[in-house]
Design a binder for this molecule. Structure first.
Ligand code: NAD
Ligand code: MG
Length: 336
């Protein structure tokens, strides 16, 4: 296994004497800001005019500034606003106010890897990406534990970038769980590929295909929903806790035999070829370019697709069935 770093490997002094500006106070922002503060780091928050997060950050006891003012006195500037706005924010509010020798930090590599943020040669650039959502990063920290983090250094201007990034990851609680090294390219490309091919794109289409085929064959949509969507959680939880072996051990022998005979016929060479094409489009930047242009034109295609996905029958039947499950804190997305 690759080398894993822990609290004992870090020199916290390189960070505790510094001021960190956390830009954005959403899922990741609230966790980074509070964990760093509790680790003895001085933290200020930078938000855009009219941000709904301002009141939350102030309630949590932070000083909230404009992005420009937060950046002016900061030694480390952590970007925790949505990835697609980071380029604009960097050019307009960060770069003109950045202290010489200050470090730029990220929790995902998209903006730097696809040249939306083009740092000057004088700045350290590192990434600390916790492998969990912000509320878990915060909760684990308060319980004396941590969420594993990825650490990458894109640019080392001061000779201290890696030490600083490692100290940041430890201040976040990552050093209690383990910190793995990566690069901006590896983190960004695998993240985009994973969400497209497997996690979000792959799984929703797999579920819908199964559901559609059962319903078209005359089975009840309610039964199709249970089989293709609801039970997915059970199976994923088993794999999450004990790998595929534990899942196969836990299901019936009939399910296991069906899994082993049918899976490869569904995800066949043709699907793997399509996945390879997706990876190529991530690596050569064509996906990033498409996504940036879609944002620049106000997301017209995305809005249309979200609407048509919301109209798929699995969504209506799911809503009714979830209401019958009292143990579940059922959620629903706001209208597109
Ligand atoms: P989020 O949508 O939860 O929060 C975004 C925050 O940015 C909000 O406080 C919002 O008010 C603020 N914001 C929006 N526009 C801004 C602007 N122009 N200037 C300043 N602040 C602005 O975002 P998130 O999910 O916490 O993601 C932040 C970063 O963390 C992204 O790079 C993301 O890829 C990365 N990341 C997220 C997760 C996760 O679980 N959510 C995990 C790992 C990495
Ligand atoms: Mg992702």
């Amino acid at each position: 296994m690759a080398k894993v770093l822990y609290d004992k490997d870090a020199n916290m002094k390189v960070l505790t004497e510094k001021t960190v500006a956390v830009l954005g106070y959403g899922s990741q922002g609230h966790a980074h800001a509070q964990n760093l503060r509790d680790s003895g780091v001085s933290v200020v928050i930078g938000l855009h005019e009219g941000s709904r997060s301002k009141a939350v950050a102030e309630k949590d006891g932070f000083k909230v500034y404009s992005v420009a003012d937060a950046v002016k006195n900061a030694d480390v500037v952590m970007f925790l606003m949505p990835d697609h706005v980071q380029g604009d924010v960097y050019r307009k509010s960060v770069a003109p106010n950045l202290k010489k020798g200050a470090a730029l930090a990220f929790a995902h590599g998209f903006a730097v890897h696809f040249n939306q943020v083009e740092p000057s040669k004088d700045n350290d650039v590192f990434m600390v990406a916790p492998k969990g959502p912000g509320h878990l990063v915060r909760r684990m920290y308060t319980e004396g534990r941590g969420v594993p983090c990825l650490l990458a250094v894109e640019q080392d201007a001061t000779g201290q970038a890696r030490d600083l990034g490692l100290a940041y990851a430890c201040a976040l609680g990552g050093g209690r769980a383990g910190i793995l090294s990566t690069t901006f390219a590896e983190e960004t490309e695998t993240d985009l590929f994973g969400e497209q091919a497997v996690l979000c794109g792959g799984i929703t289409e797999l579920i819908k295909a199964g559901f559609d085929i059962l319903v078209e064959a005359g089975y009840q949509p309610e039964i199709a929903y249970f089989e293709c969507l609801n039970e997915m959680k059970l199976i994923v939880d088993l794999m999450y806790e004990g790998g595929m072996g534990w899942m196969r051990y836990s299901v019936s022998d009939t399910a296991k035999y069906g899994d082993l005979t049918a899976g490869k016929r569904v995800i066949d060479d043709h699907v793997r070829e399509n996945m390879k094409k997706l990876l190529e489009e991530v690596k050569d930047g064509s996906f990033a370019k498409d996504w940036i242009l879609e944002n620049q034109s106000g997301r017209p295609r995305m809005k249309k697709w979200v609407k048509s996905e919301a109209a798929h029958p699995i969504e209506a039947v799911g809503k009714e069935l979830r209401a019958m499950m009292p143990w579940m804190d059922a959620k629903s997305a706001p209208d597109a």
